[in-house]
Design a protein around this ligand. Structure first.
Ligand SMILES: [Fe+2]
Length: 347
């Protein structure tokens, strides 16, 4: 049975506009959506913005047959870019996302006041859980503590019950990004509950086993995919039919950089569950995630990783050691200071 959740959704949309974006009277906010988006979420968000005396503008488009730059040919690029260059805030609910499309990149570069919040593929059920039922302040404090500990570490080892055993060095020149729910400042903001950073690429070695979701191109995994990693590159892929499909997909780009590991992330949203939506799956508590392929020069100056696409794979129930000190064990926080902090989050 579909859950209606009207009251909870109203509260979640208020948290989004009032507490996360901190929308002020007379600010203009654009809400973008495509024909695969959840209309209830779009309407609740627009109403919450209007209730704060802001000026919401909702843009619906047909769903492109791809995301990011691959969406360009089906988008009204000039008109969309013109709007995005003039607004104060932008919430993206598109399922075929505009993130890293041409209108996105031009707007982020030209519109210096723009605060963008990426909530791609959000639906009512998910919004109620991952925004409406979170203690944002407590979670934010916890996330920043983990981000600081991670940034201070020189060497990281990650293992999982499914067989991941990867080691790498951190690169002090790249910053650790922390999705803490605060989208009140200009720039790119993501859903609360994730910490991402970029290792020294050539230092990444070992075995990586995806056992949650791989998107694109697969979604939920029926069985694990085992990747052999040498100096930051995937050199072998083993598993069942989905492993073959994944390998074929990576090879289809004819681009060796699609086999490079681009970033690693922790998932820490207490209400996230494996739903098939990458935005939510990569925030499942205690997972780690690896991105392959494209990496923006903004994140890893000066070059990033030029690649034709990007995908993310999820390793559930991770054990993480920072300079030999165990922080997570099978997805549970075990570092004493952090354990104190997560008690009130229900863990
Ligand atoms: Fe990624």
């Amino acid at each position: 049975m579909t859950k209606l959740y009207e009251y909870e959704l109203f509260k979640s949309a208020n948290i989004l506009m009032r507490d996360m974006l901190k929308l002020k009277p007379d600010e203009t906010i654009v809400i973008t959506a495509d024909t695969e988006s959840d209309e209830r979420v779009v309407n609740a968000a627009a109403a919450a913005a209007f209730a704060l005396d802001a000026k919401p503008l909702v843009i619906w488009t047909p769903s492109p047959r791809g995301v990011g730059k691959a969406a360009d040919p089906m988008l009204p690029v000039e008109a969309l870019t013109a709007v995005l260059c003039e607004v104060d805030a932008w919430v993206e609910f598109n399922n075929q996302w505009l993130l890293y499309s041409t209108p996105f990149e031009i707007a982020m570069e030209k519109n210096k006041k723009l605060r963008y919040l990426c909530l791609v593929g959000m639906n009512a059920d998910m919004m109620v859980r991952v925004i409406g039922r979170i203690n944002i302040q407590l979670l934010s404090e916890f996330l920043h503590k983990v981000a600081d500990m991670t940034a201070r570490a020189k060497h990281v080892r990650i293992t999982t019950p499914a067989g991941t055993d990867l080691e790498f060095d951190n690169e002090p020149g790249y910053r650790v990004s922390c999705d803490d729910g605060d989208a009140s400042q200009p720039g790119i903001h993501m859903l609360i509950g994730q910490i991402s950073w970029i290792p020294r690429f050539e230092s990444i070695n070992g075995t990586l086993v995806f056992d949650g979701t791989v998107l694109p191109p697969l979604g939920h995994l029926k069985e694990p995919i085992v990747l052999k990693i040498e100096k930051g590159r995937v050199i072998d892929i083993k598993g069942g039919s989905q492993a073959i499909e994944f390998k074929t997909w990576l090879e289809s780009f004819n681009d060796p950089n699609m086999f490079r590991l681009a970033h690693v992330s922790y998932g820490f949203n207490p209400e996230a569950k494996l739903s098939g939506n990458v935005l939510e799956d990569e925030r499942v508590w205690g997972c780690t995630e690896w991105g392959l392929g494209y990496l923006s020069p903004m994140d890893a100056p000066p070059d990033g990783i030029p690649a034709k696409s990007h995908c993310d794979g999820i390793c559930l129930n991770s054990t993480v050691l920072l300079d030999g000190v165990k922080v997570l064990e099978n997805g549970r926080v075990v570092q004493p200071e952090l354990m104190e902090m997560v008690k009130d989050l229900g863990f």
